[in-house]
Write a protein that binds this ligand. Structure first.
Ligand code: ADP
Length: 349
C-alpha cells in the first residue's frame, strides 16, 4: 500500500536519512523506533509531503506521490504537542476536518459521535478543551485526526507528554481502536516498550539508517546487531577477547563456564559477537554456567539475576523463581537452553 523507496535526505553536511526503504500494508501498524535525532520525524515529514527528499520516492498503491501536495494525500498527522483549537469545544475540534470535507451536518454528527464514543469522550462533547486533562486532550487530538478517515495515520510520539501510567493505559486502548478501524498507521517513538506494545512490525533506525524491521517478537529473539540488542536492553554481549571455542559445540567464557552456541559464526558477519539471551535459563546444580550472584530482583513468577562470571564479565538472566531464593554473594550455577545464544554483528565500531 505505502512504499517508501530509497529515501535519502541531507541537511548541509548532515545526513538525516540514508536510503530508507520499506513498505506498510493495508491495516498494518508499523512503529519507527530509534534514539532522538536518528531521522524519524524527517521520514514522517517526507511521507506527509512536507519535506522534499534528495532521492527516492513515496508511492501509494503503486502510484508516486511526488507531485501530490500534502493536503491532497489524505494522510492524518498527529504530534506530541498537537495544539487543539482553543476556541472550539471537544465536538468542534473533532468535527473540524469533516466540515472541511464539506460533509452534510447529519453525517458529521454521526461520525463525531462514533469517534468520541470510541475514544471514551462521548460525555464530554460540549466541554471546553482547555478544561480537559492531558490524557483527555490527547484523546481529542487523536479523535480529530482519525475522524476524516485518513488512508494513512501518522503519529509522532503521540503519548510523549503523558506520565507512564496514563501512557500505558492509552497505548492499550489506542491499539484496540486502531485495529478495530483497520487503520494503516506509522507510529514514531523512541520508547521500546511503546513500539513493541502497539506495532505489528517495528522498524529500528539509527543515525539515518534502517537497521532492522520485523515483528516485535522476531526482533527480540533475533536482533541483527549490537546496536539493536542494546537498544532493546539485551546487554549479555560477549567481547571477542573473553571467548574461546570449546570442543563441545559451545564457547568457554571462564574456567568454569560454558555457553552453547552454533559454530562457526555466519560467514556474512564482519565482526561477529555472541548475544546470550536472558530467558530460558534455570538454576541447577548441573548447570554449565557458574558465577557469583551479584544481584536479584523479584518479579513474581520470575526473578532477574545478575551474575559475575569472571573479572571481565557480568551477565543477566531471568529464571523461574526458585523455592529457595539464593543470597547475593553466593556461588550459583545455571543451566542454559540449547538456543541460549546467537551470533550478532557488532555495529558499534
Ligand atoms: P528524530 O525524529 O529521530 O529525533 P529528526 O528527523 O528530527 O530525528 O532529525 C534527524 C537529524 O536531522 C537530526 O540531527 C536533526 O538535527 C537534523 N535536522 C532535522 N531537521 C532539520 C532541519 N530543518 N535543518 C537542519 N537539520 C535538521
Amino acid at each position: 500500500m505505502l512504499e517508501i523507496i530509497d529515501i535519502s535526505k541531507s541537511y548541509e553536511s548532515m545526513e538525516a536519512l540514508n536510503q530508507i526503504s520499506f513498505s506498510v500494508a493495508k491495516g498494518e501498524i508499523i512503529s519507527i523506533l530509534g534514539p532522538s535525532g536518528c531521522g524519524k520525524s524527517t521520514l514522517l515529514s517526507i511521507v506527509a509531503g512536507l519535506t522534499i527528499p534528495d532521492t527516492g520516492m513515496i508511492r501509494w498503491n503503486g502510484i508516486s506521490l511526488t507531485s501530490v501536495p500534502p493536503h491532497l494525500r489524505n494522510f492524518g498527522l498527529m504530534f506530541q504537542d498537537n495544539a487543539l483549537f482553543p476556541h472550539r469545544n471537544v465536538y468542534g475540534n473533532v468535527a473540524f476536518g469533516l466540515k472541511q470535507l464539506r460533509l452534510d451536518p447529519a453525517a458529521i454528527d454521526k461520525q463525531v459521535s462514533a469517534i468520541l464514543n470510541m475514544v471514551g469522550m462521548k460525555d464530554l462533547a460540549n466541554r471546553d478543551v482547555l478544561s480537559l486533562s492531558g490524557g483527555e486532550q490527547q484523546r481529542v487530538a487523536l479523535a480529530r485526526t482519525i475522524a476524516p478517515k485518513p488512508r494513512l495515520l501518522m503519529l509522532d510520539e503521540p503519548l510523549g507528554s503523558l506520565d507512564r501510567n496514563l501512557r500505558e493505559q492509552l497505548l492499550h486502548e489506542l491499539r484496540q481502536i486502531l485495529t478495530k478501524l483497520e487503520q494503516t498507521v506509522i507510529y514514531v517513538t523512541h520508547d521500546q516498550d511503546e513500539a513493541f506494545a502497539i506495532a505489528d512490525r517495528v522498524a529500528i533506525m539509527n543515525a539515518g539508517q534502517l537497521i532492522q524491521i520485523g515483528r516485535p517478537r522476531d526482533i527480540y529473539e533475533h536482533p541483527v546487531s549490537t546496536f539493536v540488542a542494546r537498544f532493546l536492553g539485551l546487554t549479555n554481549i560477549l567481547e571477542k577477547s573473553i571467548v574461546s571455542v570449546d570442543k563441545s559445540n559451545g564457547v568457554r567464557i571462564s574456567e568454569k563456564s560454558l555457553i552453547p552456541v552454533s559454530q562457526p559464526p555466519p560467514k556474512h558477519m564482519k565482526n561477529p559477537r555472541i548475544l546470550v539471551r536472558p530467558r530460558g535459563a534455570q538454576l541447577s546444580e548441573h548447570g554449565t554456567l557458574s558465577g557469583i550472584l551479584a544481584g536479584i530482583s523479584f518479579r513474581g513468577a520470575l526473578v532477574d539475576l545478575k551474575i559475575i562470571v569472571s573479572n571481565e564479565l557480568q551477565l543477566k538472566f531471568e529464571v523461574p523463581t526458585p523455592s529457595l531464593i539464593p543470597k547475593v554473594g553466593t556461588k550459583i550455577k545455571l543451566e542454559l537452553p540449547s538456543d541460549a545464544s546467537i551470533w550478532i554483528e557488532d555495529d558499534s565500531l
